[in-house]
Design a protein around this ligand. Structure first.
Ligand SMILES: [Zn+2]
Length: 253
């Protein structure tokens, strides 16, 4: 209730006051932001949609473990900066030290403006690093005295729970129609009787396939129903896999 606000649009003034009196919410004003996106009565611009699309993309990338190349690229630049700060003894780094760093600290000096594009990028990666990482201790990203790109990459990304069924969707060679169906099933969005009832549609509760007084759920339809079990057994036999199919939870999670 405390979080709720009332938005009244295109209502005559007296009527508006009546509503406010009746409903004890605070009166909100448009546009307001929801999930970082301004909600307004006008069409939103691409710019206004960006925060939401970025949030969704980050979440999808993290859950499905898709590599964020932009982030990886920054981390890779940072590895070069680490090499410069630790004065790794290569000719290239000695060259950077004698031309740009001189006797300063590579970590704290300002980016050399006269340097070429790649050198400036390496130094500019510090800004990105300070925004995305809780610790300044570069050595905590090292493994056996070598800088680990993977370690810093993981530390720089928000951590979401890993998706147990990732491979079912990403590595699937199934036709798109079936991929879509499995995606629906995984999100518990198949129009099974159980869900139809939740929507308030009056349907007979029993499963239409086995006519037993069993509720038709995703689990029942795909794994528990006798006929599905026979199908699974035949399929596994056909592909030469010796395996007894379990329940939805056992197979998916
Ligand atoms: Zn059934």
């Amino acid at each position: 209730m405390e979080k709720s606000a009332l938005y009244i649009v295109r209502v005559p003034r007296e009527f508006k006051e009546q509503i406010i009196e009746e409903i004890q919410f605070t009166l909100g004003e448009l546009p307001f932001k929801y999930l970082g996106v301004p909600l307004s009565s006008k069409k939103l611009s691409v710019q206004q949609w960006m925060p939401l699309s970025e949030k969704i993309a980050t979440r999808i990338n993290c859950e499905l473990n898709i590599l964020d190349i932009y982030c990886w690229n920054k981390v890779a630049l940072f590895k070069l900066l680490w090499a410069i700060t630790t004065k790794n003894d290569t000719l290239w780094i000695q060259w950077i030290h004698s031309f740009y760093v001189k006797n300063r600290s590579a970590e704290n000096m300002s980016s050399p403006k006269q340097a070429c594009w790649i050198i400036r990028n390496i130094f500019d990666a510090r800004d990105w690093f300070s925004q995305n990482n809780p610790t300044n201790d570069l050595n905590s990203y090292c493994k056996k005295e070598k800088f680990s790109i993977k370690k810093l990459y993981i530390a720089s990304r928000p951590q979401y729970q890993k998706c147990p069924w990732k491979r079912l969707v990403i590595a699937s060679k199934a036709p798109p129609k079936h991929q879509f169906n499995i995606w629906l099933a995984l999100h518990k969005r198949l129009a099974t009787i159980e869900r139809l009832q939740k929507w308030g549609i009056s349907v007979s509760k029993e499963c239409v396939l086995c006519h037993k007084n069993i509720e038709e759920t995703r689990e029942h339809l795909l794994f528990e129903y006798e006929y599905s079990r026979i199908l699974w057994a035949k399929l596994l036999q056909w592909t030469g896999i010796k395996y007894q199919i379990g329940s939805w939870d056992e197979e998916i999670n």
